[in-house]
Design a protein around this ligand. Sequence first.
Ligand SMILES: CC(C)(COP(=O)(O)OP(=O)(O)OC[C@H]1O[C@@H](n2cnc3c(N)ncnc32)[C@H](O)[C@@H]1OP(=O)(O)O)[C@@H](O)C(=O)NCCC(=O)NCCS
Length: 177
Amino acid sequence: MTALLPSTSEPAYVISVATLEDISDIVALQSQNHVSRGGALSVEFPARWFERAIEDMPIVIARRQGRLVGYLVSSSQAAIQDHPLPQAKFRAYPASPGAYNSGPLCIAASERGRGLVSSLFAEQRALLQGREGVAFIRQDNAASRAVHARYGFREVAEFSHAGVEYLVVSYPAENAK
Ligand SMILES: CC(C)(COP(=O)(O)OP(=O)(O)OC[C@H]1O[C@@H](n2cnc3c(N)ncnc32)[C@H](O)[C@@H]1OP(=O)(O)O)[C@@H](O)C(=O)NCCC(=O)NCCS
């Protein structure tokens, strides 16, 4: 668990790996940011999916004063086999063996623009050294495209799903040290 100070006068962010106790808060933040409620998250995973996902790979979370303010999921390719949209990503871009899904990534609206994404990626990469990370982003999600580019993801493919255009971005295994 690590702490990051947003500024000298504000409480620290506490970065950790999610446990079962964190899932209800993750689901609540996901719900606030889903496209069906005007947000930018394309897929809404149920609590049961997160419970299985954390048995397999880490979900990195940030809390501030106890409140969940960000999360970054990593999951295996097997974990998304029943989810057509992330599956479409791997059809558009055949990733390297051992590649993981990076994302969803979400920062609470009140905490954006403070560099918190950097702490989530740093923790994820420390845990998943030497493996390629692959994410998909709606082409019209400029903030997500900007942060993924800033943290070393390259745009490697495009695909269309249910009338929406997406990009596939990859964080190469050779960078993941
Ligand atoms: C995407 C997200 C994680 C970024 O977090 P953040 O704290 O805002 O990230 P940062 O402030 O570090 O960087 C945001 C970048 O997007 C840019 N940006 C923000 N809003 C933008 C907009 N509407 N149009 C264009 N660029 C925008 C910022 O200028 C910044 O770019 P820069 O690094 O070149 O200056 C956050 O906005 C979020 O959780 N959004 C909702 C869920 C989501 O879209 N998740 C990603 C799904 S793939």
